[in-house]
Design a protein around this ligand. Sequence first.
Ligand code: SAM
Length: 274
Amino acid sequence: MGSSANTGIDYSELHRIDSPANRALRVDLWRQGDDLGQHSFVTPAYFRAYAQRLGMGPGIRVLDVGSGTGGPAIYMAEVSGCDMTGLEVNEVGIEVANRLAANTTVQDRVRFVQADGMQMPFEDASFDIVISMNVMNVFEDKVGLFREVRRVLRPGGTWAFLSGTFDFGPEDDDVRDRLARGYAIPQYTDTLAGYKAKLREAGFVVDEVVEYLSDFRETMQRWLDAWIKHRDAIAEEQGAEQTDYHIVYFTSYLEMIDAGKASNHFVISTRPDD
Ligand SMILES: C[S@@+](CC[C@H](N)C(=O)[O-])C[C@H]1O[C@@H](n2cnc3c(N)ncnc32)[C@H](O)[C@@H]1O
């Protein structure tokens, strides 16, 4: 299965992290030791903190929804000792993830499955923890996604996701449109209050919300600067249209952050016992 028409930009080119243009971009983007192949705003220090806060450890079954190139999932398995499954819709992401995992000591505890988060090919109650980083905006039906996460999570299990949160007003139609073009579909953004209400509707109890702003803004700026610096090489390799849309996307996102209308939250919730 390839990436479906409903999943926004096709990550195939971005997931080829070893291509010349992507390599040059990523060297500028990440500080030494921070590049795990991620397409999110999260550095290894955050992944270590999540693994500890969420209780990942030997024998704990963890699912990463929208695992991308698999680098973050592999890293969390390495630092925690957990059993990790990455679910990803894009086939290039799965290929890269399997390749990265094959070079590690955790290959027996990590697997990658190509599927849509809305219909996960797992039995009920298969996982103790479900995590997802910077993927929520692709899902139009968030209550539907949360119900699917609830189904595959055991009672008492934890669901934690990191997502951009947006407070658009009527005056923001232009920037909303630019963000949508940057991502090739409407961004199905939500407010923090919207996320909390939808989690409750899907049967979760919200335990903790952490807001990241300074680090998030800094990393967003680094993405933008790196895209601008390597624009021509990326355009030649991956097409000018998508490249320029990305630059518009990050510029618009920063505009919203600086207007106090966009942030990034880590939301931790529990599936109560039945
Ligand atoms: C911004 S990237 C984040 C990737 C990864 N979580 C990370 O931290 O690097 C979003 C990912 O979601 C994947 N994705 C998009 N729609 C999806 C869907 N319906 N089900 C599963 N994954 C999806 C994309 O292919 C992409 O790899």
